[in-house]
Every structure is written in structure tokens, then in C-alpha cells.
Design a protein around this ligand. Structure first.
Ligand code: NAD
Ligand code: MG
Length: 302
């Protein structure tokens, strides 16, 4: 390994915490960024834009924090205006993302709202397109899971299922359908899947099912929209250090979080941005549609 690469790897290990883990910690959903220890890396100090999305307009659901914030920062530095959706109680995280987008010289439109409501899910798309003056890229990134359970199916409540299925699946249908009013040739939709679609774990039995469905939806929608010149892809993250983790899993699981990957650590949100920039780029990914890009630290996505 070159010295430079070694330094990057060491930095990533440092960000991931001592011995590849994190201090035990827990929040209530949806979770916020400031209480996290250590602070996640969204590429604030590292992402270098090359105008790969110049002049494009992107809606990112769940763009306030975690993977969505890293994507917002990278997209802005690549020349795109950004609209972000999030839950109202995440306003402070959203303001932080907005500040980074504006620092990159781009517009950031805030469209808060609960995506489990159909009218809200459709309205945030219209408001985003109105605010930016168009829409070229939709990143269906918002997601919810609940894993503070003793077992798998036996502990799943209907209220959990409703929130998980509506956030991860219904909203994805509503948002994508509404976006068809605005998307055209060269546009793209990027859905967020998970390693859970391929290697599900029992406490996430409902969440994992939605992520497998997202892969299926991605392939089918790519076939549906291909004739319009609209590409549809997905990114499947492995374990990534975001508020979702301490907000939805037992806090004593954080020290080992990500340790079971071949790379031996969790990923940082910044390490996902490259896949999202590539898939959104009309030039670089012009013939890429209906595929799922894994960013999993080495865990298999087939
Ligand atoms: P995160 O908590 O930073 O982001 C998830 C976002 O979803 C929240 O910020 C919130 O704004 C949004 N959200 C949740 N419920 C919502 C609702 N009802 N209405 C509107 N917005 C809502 O965590 P993250 O890990 O960056 O999650 C982003 C995506 O990545 C999710 O789809 C998640 O399933 C997926 N993912 C994460 C991991 C991981 O290890 N962190 C692994 C695989 C997949
Ligand atoms: Mg958030």
C-alpha cells in the first residue's frame, strides 16, 4: 500500500473508533448527528468536486444526516443544486447540511415532512422541483429500521411494520411516481438498498424484506423508464456510521458494529458518496441502469 493510501486507511480506522468499534451509545429515533461519538465523516474536509453534475437538480430524501448528507455535500461540490427532505425534528441536522451545500456555492431547498403520509411524500417532490426550478436526480435515501428486539418475527409489532414498510417502500413508490412529472432524458433515480437485502439478520426481518423489495423495484423501474432515457439504480450500503444505528439498535452493539466485514470496520458516510455521484452522472453512467452497487466493506451483494 502506498503511504498516501495507508494514511487514508489509518484515518478511516481512527474515525471508526479504537479497535474498529465505537463507544456504546443509544439515541431515540430518528437520531441526530451531534450526540454521536465519534462524529461521522460526511466528506466535509475531503470531497473534491469535478463538475460531474454541473447544472443538475437533485432531491435527496433523508438528506439531513448520514449517507444523505454525504451525498448532498458531494453533489453540491459537483455542481448540482440540492433539495433535502427530512423529519421536522431533524431541522438542526438539515440546517447543517444546507450550510455545507451553500458553502459549495449551490442552492439548498429544505422540504421537511413525514414520508409515511402519501400527500406529504408527493408534496415534497413538487416543492423541491418548484424551489430548484426543475428536477433531474432523485435519491430515495430515507429509511427506517427497528432492531431493539429480543428475537425476530415473534417481536415484530404491526406499528413497527407500518413505519418500516411505509418509510422504505410506500414512500419510494410515491416519491418516484410524483417525480415522473419532472424527470426526462438524462435523469436518474437512485434507491438505497442494504446488505440486508442479501444477508438478512433476524432482528431486522421487516427492514430486510423492504430492502430486497427495493432491489426488485429498481430493476423493474429501470425497465419501465428506460425508453424515456431515465436510468434507475440502487446503492447497497454495508454497516455505515450514521444516526440510524444508535437510534434503532441496542447501544451495547455499537462497539462491534461493522467488525464482521472483510475490511474489519464500519464505513463512514463519505465513503458512499462516490457511488452516488457515479450513478447520477449522465456522462459517466450513461449506460448504467437496473443495477445495484454494493459499498459494503467486502460483504457480498449477490
Ligand atoms: P440516517 O439516520 O442519517 O438517515 C436516514 C434518514 O431517513 C433520516 O435522517 C430521516 O431524515 C429519514 N427518515 C426516516 N423516516 C422518515 C420519514 N418518515 N419521513 C421522512 N424522512 C424519514 O441514516 P443512514 O444510515 O444515512 O440512512 C440512509 C439510508 O441508508 C437508509 O435507507 C438506510 O436504510 C440505508 N442503509 C444504512 C445502513 C447503515 O449502516 N447506516 C446500511 C444499509 C442501508
Ligand atoms: Mg437524520
Amino acid at each position: 500500500m502506498s503511504d498516501d493510501l495507508y494514511a487514508v486507511d489509518k484515518q478511516a480506522q481512527k474515525l471508526a473508533g479504537e479497535k474498529g468499534g465505537f463507544p456504546a451509545q443509544e439515541q431515540q429515533p430518528p437520531g441526530l448527528t451531534p450526540p454521536m461519538e465519534p462524529t461521522p465523516d460526511h466528506g466535509e474536509q475531503t470531497w473534491v468536486g469535478r463538475d460531474r453534475l454541473a447544472g443538475l437538480k437533485a432531491l435527496i430524501t433523508g438528506g439531513d444526516s448520514g449517507i444523505g448528507r454525504a451525498v448532498a455535500i458531494a453533489y453540491a461540490r459537483e455542481g448540482a443544486d440540492v433539495a433535502i427532505n427530512y423529519l421536522p425534528e431533524e431541522q438542526s441536522d438539515a440546517e447543517e447540511t444546507k450550510a455545507w451545500v451553500e458553502k459549495a456555492g449551490r442552492t439548498c431547498v429544505l422540504v421537511p415532512g413525514d414520508l409515511t403520509e402519501e400527500t406529504v411524500a408527493r408534496k415534497i417532490v413538487d416543492d423541491a422541483a418548484a424551489g430548484m426550478g426543475g428536477l433531474d436526480i432523485v435519491v430515495n435515501n430515507a429509511g427506517f429500521q427497528w432492531a431493539r428486539r429480543d428475537s425476530g418475527l415473534a417481536d415484530v409489532k404491526t406499528s413497527d411494520m407500518d413505519r418500516v414498510f411505509k418509510t422504505n417502500l410506500y414512500a419510494l413508490f410515491w416519491v418516484s411516481q410524483q417525480a415522473l412529472k419532472y424527470l426526462g432524458k438524462g435523469s436518474s433515480i437512485i434507491n438505497v438498498s442494504s446488505i440486508q437485502a442479501y444477508d438478512p439478520s433476524e432482528p431486522l426481518i421487516d427492514y430486510a424484506a423492504t430492502k430486497a423489495a427495493i432491489n426488485n423495484f429498481t430493476v423493474n423501474l429501470a425497465a419501465d423508464l428506460g425508453s424515456k432515457g431515465i436510468r434507475v439504480n440502487a446503492v447497497a450500503p454495508g454497516p455505515i456510521w450514521t444516526p440510524l444505528q444508535p437510534a434503532t439498535k441496542p447501544g451495547d452493539g455499537m462497539p462491534s458494529f461493522g467488525g464482521d466485514t472483510p475490511l474489519g470496520r464500519a464505513g463512514q458516510p463519505a465513503e458512499l458518496a462516490g457511488a452516488f455521484v457515479f450513478l447520477a452522472s449522465p456522462a459517466e453512467a450513461s449506460y448504467v441502469s437496473g443495477t445495484v452497487v454494493g459499498v459494503t466493506g467486502g460483504r457480498p451483494v449477490f
